[in-house]
Design a protein around this ligand. Structure first.
Ligand SMILES: Nc1ncnc2c1ncn2[C@@H]1O[C@H](COP(=O)(O)OP(=O)(O)O)[C@@H](O)[C@H]1O
Ligand SMILES: [Mg+2]
Length: 312
């Protein structure tokens, strides 16, 4: 069964009665059970809008969404669902433990279950247990971790996290990544949004790239790597100067580096290129695949989205 499914999901906000903002357009997404899905996009891309639609906090203009096969308009879709909002905000006068007790009671957990869960989660997320420390005195990173604790408190099957790493320092980010991997190992599904590339590289099974309210790419990191693969860098030694001139004349990017010559060669040209040089007594030092980074891949979508928004 699919954990999260959207079909034709779209949202248009109306500002001051007349101005319309197309925040999300025709989103068709399927997140399988047991995967970590990273929803990657720049600010204003439509990530939080999608997440609020999944949580039924706002109503769609088009399409619909389901969690574990149940339409999000039914309250039962949220029984096995945990949610971390973009900017978690809690009563300042309660302690982390008191907040979790309340969350546990809302979810119908027993007293001993609440006690066991809060001890485990508070210690895993490195949050204070003491009665004296109320949330009002917490740093932004601590509030973020309280938010995570309440999202996973009832041991949900599906967790939706809106920018879970924001406001966290590197150890905090690692903690969240470890938490996600631990949950995935328990068979849970995690859907999280981020604008930080590194976050998706660390934990994701699949990623979706959204810009300007539209999903531009959806696939595994391995697919990203193959899409970003561009050519090979071939390193040769004992190349005659006239051969280098020939290469440049044929349009190859050849750089001389001490005794070596580095040449960019496409996938298609590689076999004939190598054959030709080896037959002439040239030494082959290395053949290395060259690829764009995930950052180049991501920026490509942003640049093309900006170009198309300028055209409209
Ligand atoms: N309540 C709202 N009213 C009007 N426009 C909104 C509202 N919420 C979001 N938007 C607009 O919708 C677009 C997508 O926003 P959002 O989903 O918050 O993006 P992200 O989470 O990717 O940064 C942005 O252009 C934003 O300004
Ligand atoms: Mg957002």
């Amino acid at each position: 069964m699919t954990a999260i499914q959207t079909s034709g999901l779209g949202k248009v906000y109306t500002k001051r009665l007349t101005r319309k903002v197309v925040a999300l357009k025709d989103l068709n997404l399927e997140v399988e059970r047991g995967e970590i899905f990273g929803f990657l996009g720049p600010n204003g891309a439509g990530k939080s809008t999608t997440i609020k639609l999944l949580m039924n906090l706002i109503r769609p203009t088009t399409g619909d969404a389901k969690i574990l096969g149940i339409p999000v308009t039914e309250a039962s879709s949220r029984k096995k669902l945990g949610y971390l909002p973009e900017e978690p905000n809690y009563y300042g006068y309660v302690t982390a433990k008191e907040l979790l007790e309340m969350v546990g009671r809302i979810h119908g957990l027993s007293g001993p279950e609440i006690e066991k869960q809060s001890t485990e989660i508070l210690s895993f997320l490195d949050l204070p247990f003491e009665k004296r420390r109320t949330i009002a005195g917490f740093s932004k990173g601590m509030v973020q971790r309280v938010g995570l604790a309440q999202a996973i408190f009832h041991d949900p099957e599906v967790v939706v996290l809106d920018e879970p790493m924001s406001g966290l320092d590197p150890p905090g980010r690692k903690l969240v990544a470890d938490l996600m991997l631990r949950m995935r190992d328990q068979g849970k599904t995690i859907f999280f949004s981020t604008h930080i590339l590194h976050d998706v590289e660390v934990v994701c099974d699949r990623i979706g790239i959204i810009t300007g309210g539209q999903l531009r790419f959806c696939g595994t990191l391995a697919e990203v790597i193959s899409e970003t693969f561009s050519s090979y860098e071939v390193v040769l030694r004992k190349v005659q100067p006239e051969q280098v001139r020939n290469l440049k004349a044929k349009g190859f990017a050849a750089k001389t580096f001490e005794d070596n010559v580095k040449v960019d060669v496409s996938k298609e040209d590689l076999p004939s290129f190598v054959d030709a040089f080896v037959q002439h007594g040239t030494e082959l030092v290395a053949i290395e695949p060259k690829r764009f980074t995930l950052e180049d891949f991501f920026m490509g979508f942003i640049d093309s989205a900006e170009a198309s928004s300028r055209r409209t």
